[in-house]
Design a binder for this molecule. Structure first.
Ligand SMILES: [Zn+2]
Length: 203
């Protein structure tokens, strides 16, 4: 629930209220998905993402995002809202099992400094594509770009899946979930609610 009245909360907390930040990474269609959830309790989305990477035993990572209005010909008021961001992640060293050397640490700190130096206009520039951004960020490095993947908001939950999961629980646990003859399941990813009558689950 939005809590816009409380002055002790950050703008993000006032706008979004209590919630969770969910990540789904699907490397290729059909491959095993990776999912993670963390509380949305930092002062900004960026802080919440950083907290997630710190908590979840991930490789070092850093993210920068920006949002703002940029000029656009033909748009109402002559401008439009845009958002842009960049996330970098430290890859494992070449020698599996061995600790990363000093030179790797230095390279990582250099990458952090370069990403930190990105100006606001770079992230919001409608004409600056991902490839150009990479070249501009790392002008002295041998940058390779992979085919871009479109990002979309989607959840694969369905009534059938939830039904299947519920049936895998022992009857005693199912009985504990019943409230007023019903079980309500909420998808933590998309916030969809599924209600099942106790009788439908043949308990
Ligand atoms: Zn869902």
């Amino acid at each position: 629930m939005p809590r816009e009245g409380d002055p002790t909360l950050s703008l993000m907390q006032r706008l979004l209220g209590k919630g969770s930040l969910a990540f789904t990474v699907e490397p290729t269609p059909g491959a095993e998905r990776y999912q993670g959830i963390t509380a949305l309790d930092g002062p900004t989305i960026v802080e919440s993402v950083h907290a997630y990477f710190r908590q979840s035993d991930q490789l070092d990572a850093a993210i920068r995002v920006d949002v703002g209005r940029v000029a656009k010909v033909g748009a109402k008021d002559g401008s439009e809202w845009r958002a842009g961001g960049v996330l970098i992640q430290r890859m494992p060293g070449k020698h599996a099992g061995k600790s990363l050397g000093e030179r790797d640490d230095e390279e990582w700190r250099r990458a952090l400094a370069l990403v930190g130096s990105t100006g606001r206009l770079d992230l919001l520039d409608p004409k600056l594509g991902a490839r150009d951004m990479l070249r501009r960020l790392f002008p002295e490095d041998d940058v390779r770009a992979y085919r871009p993947v479109q990002v979309e908001a989607r959840c694969r939950c369905s009534r059938e899946r939830v039904d299947m999961v519920l049936r895998s629980f022992p009857a005693g646990e199912i009985a504990d979930m019943v409230v007023d003859g019903e079980i309500t399941v909420t998808s933590e990813f998309c916030n969809a609610h599924y209600r099942f009558a106790q009788a439908d689950l043949n308990l």
